[in-house]
Design a protein around this ligand. Structure first.
Ligand SMILES: [Zn+2]
Ligand SMILES: [Zn+2]
Length: 164
């Protein structure tokens, strides 16, 4: 097993693995939000990123991502909606609620990584480098997909952080 040195972020107070951040006392998320360093592509499991150990602290999460752009969205015959969303602060967390300017709301069910073919894999990698991530989303009291090009506001983030 690889062992990591833990450090505490000066900005958000989250613990993180020291070797995952390019800044001395900031977690990868805060280093990204505040200074534009490359962010960790967080994989949150039980409120902790398995890669950098960040705890999803809300403050910087909200500062980093306040709105997202709908790059594309599809509805499948079974009603599932897949959306490609561009978010400048990195990947959105599951359960994040988004709202468009006519009031329609969606909830992020989960981040999806498709690996159908080499071509698809490369396409996704390129898009993720541009902060376009693919998610399974769910309409709240409606079954429409978000319009391509729409800007969605983040109205609710998952409650996975303890108040300081
Ligand atoms: Zn931080
Ligand atoms: Zn992370």
């Amino acid at each position: 097993m690889q062992s990591h040195l833990l450090n505490t972020c000066d900005e958000c107070g989250s613990e993180y693995y020291k070797d995952t951040s390019q800044m001395a006392n900031l977690c990868p998320q805060c280093a990204y939000v505040l200074y534009g360093y490359k962010n960790c592509i967080h994989q949150l499991v039980n409120g902790r990123c398995t890669k950098c150990y960040w705890d999803g602290s809300k403050t910087t999460y909200l500062e980093g991502i306040q709105s997202v752009e709908v790059f594309d969205a599809y509805i499948f015959s079974d009603g599932r909606i897949v959306a490609f969303l561009k978010s400048f602060g990195g990947k959105l967390l599951d359960q994040t609620v988004l709202k468009d300017n006519s009031g329609n709301q969606w909830k992020i069910r989960q981040y999806v990584w498709t690996t159908g073919s080499i071509e698809a894999y490369e396409k996704r990698e390129k898009e993720e480098a541009e902060n376009i991530f693919q998610y399974l989303i769910e309409g709240i009291n409606q079954a429409e997909k978000p319009a391509k090009g729409a800007i969605l506001k983040i109205v609710e983030v998952p409650n996975i952080t303890k108040p300081k």
